[in-house]
Each structure stands twice: as C-alpha cells, then as structure tokens.
Design a protein around this ligand. Structure first.
Ligand SMILES: [Zn+2]
Length: 263
C-alpha cells in the first residue's frame, strides 16, 4: 500500500512540477498562467495531452518537439522530476496530512523562485508578497511549539512568535550585506530570506541561512577557480536560499541539534 501511495504522491509532484514550469516561464514576463494553452515556443504548435505528460513525454519524444523537432530544454523535465522527488521525500517524513500539504506547497514555491532567479535574475514580488502573510498564518499549523522557551508560554502564540522571529532574523542577516555589498546581494534576496524565516521559524531558519551562505560560497569559489566567472560577475543567491530552506524544511531541527551538540 505504501508503494502505491508513494507512486501516487510522486505523480502529484511531477504534475505540480509541470505547472511550475508554466509559472517559471510566464510569470516573470507578466503573462497569464492560464491562457494561451501550452505550445511549442519554436513552431508555435499547440501541444496536445500526449505531449504534456510530465517527464514521460520528454523521454518518449527523446527531448524534441513532436512537430518541428526543436530540442526541448532539459530543465523542464528536471523541474518536474525534482518536484516529484521532493514531494515524495516529505510524504516519507510527514505522512499524508496537513504537514505534508504545507511542506509540499512551500517546496513548490521555493523551486519556482529558484528557477526564476536562475533564468531571469529576479525574485518576483508577485510570489513573495502574498506568500509572506500565508507563511505566518500557516506557522500556527506547521511549526512545532519550539519557541516555547522564548518568552511566551502560550503554545499557539509560540508558533507565531517562532515564525516572526525566524523571518526577522533571516531578514536582518542578509539586510546588512545587502547595504554594504550592493552588487552581490539584492533586495529580492533579503525579502526571500525573510520569507524562508517565516516558513521555517526560529531556529530552523538559521540552518537554512547557514546552508545558503556555505553552498553559495563554495559555488562562487568553484566557479572562480574554474575560470567560469570573474570577480566582478555575480551569481544569483536566490537558488542557494531556496536550497537552504528546502534542506531546513526536511532536516532543520536535526541540523540545529547537531550544531548545538558541539557545545
Ligand atoms: Zn515545435
């Protein structure tokens, strides 16, 4: 039964991933996500249901448009597959329920934000602004009462407090480098950091920021050493913030406990 359910969850994930591809493609350009129906960007042919099966269509068509044989970008099936795997991961962690729904929703948002930042170099307010209050409200369901010791005794308030504190601290950690070092860190990154803090609460939010800074730093050094980028060029930081937040969604408390184990 667990295998059947796991497979079904994976199918939901790749289908959501397929929708994310539409969002990633159209939202930054200000286009409607609903109309027109999906079409090949090369030959404009409207795609049929058989051409739009997540992951599978790409494999069956060997990565080319059925009509004009133009190559289909590889990131399309990659986004679908990654979303499927992450949905499955959270199902194994949380089982089927409110916690799974919220973590799946958060991961879909983080994947879209990372891909848009890589593709267009922006972190759209159209996603950030509505999701911020949503994450604060969902903290009442999603966050464990880990803020219990933090000045509040009411458990409901503790979750809310944890969310607000997580957001404020993550925001401030990136706000200062953003002021000092204008080219590398954008205002969008600071807002995204705040958003991940609202989602994760304190102290898991710190694990997300630490992973983002470490992985971003490693990538910057690696690209510099490989001669792919020079010192003047910047790499988008949004994908690393998303990566850190995804890891902290799955293992935030474990990472914090592991770190505290050193003291
Ligand atoms: Zn085509």
């Amino acid at each position: 039964m667990i295998y059947v359910l796991s497979f079904f969850i994976f199918l939901i994930g790749i289908t959501v991933g397929s929708f994310l591809n539409v969002v990633i493609d159209r939202l930054p350009a200000g286009q409607s996500i609903i109309t027109p129906p999906s079409h090949c960007p090369h030959c404009q042919q409207r795609l049929r249901r058989l051409d739009l099966i997540p992951v599978l269509s790409y494999l069956l068509l060997r990565g080319h448009c059925r009509y004009c044989h133009a190559p289909i970008p590889r990131y399309l099936p990659a986004i679908e597959a990654v979303t499927g795997v992450i949905f499955l991961l959270f199902f194994l962690k949380y089982d089927l329920g409110a916690l799974w729904i919220i973590s799946a929703l958060y991961s879909a948002i983080l994947i879209a934000l990372a891909a848009i930042d890589i593709k267009d170099g922006i972190i759209p307010n159209k996603i950030i602004y509505p999701v911020m209050p949503l994450a604060i409200i969902l903290s009442l369901i999603f966050l464990p009462p880990q803020g219990e010791g933090l000045f509040v005794s009411n458990l409901t308030l503790a979750a809310l407090y944890s969310s607000l504190l997580g957001g404020a601290i993550s925001f401030l950690i990136l706000f200062i480098p953003c002021l000092v070092y204008k080219e590398g860190m954008g205002w969008g990154d600071v807002k995204l950091a705040g958003l991940t803090g609202f989602m994760l609460g304190f102290p898991s939010s710190l694990a997300a920021i630490a992973i983002a800074l470490i992985s971003g730093g490693i990538m910057a050094v690696a690209l510099l050493l490989m001669g792919r980028k020079n010192r003047k060029q910047t790499i988008p930081f949004g994908p690393f913030l998303s990566l850190g937040a995804l890891a902290a969604l799955a293992w935030g408390q474990n990472i914090v406990n592991w770190y505290l184990g050193f003291f």
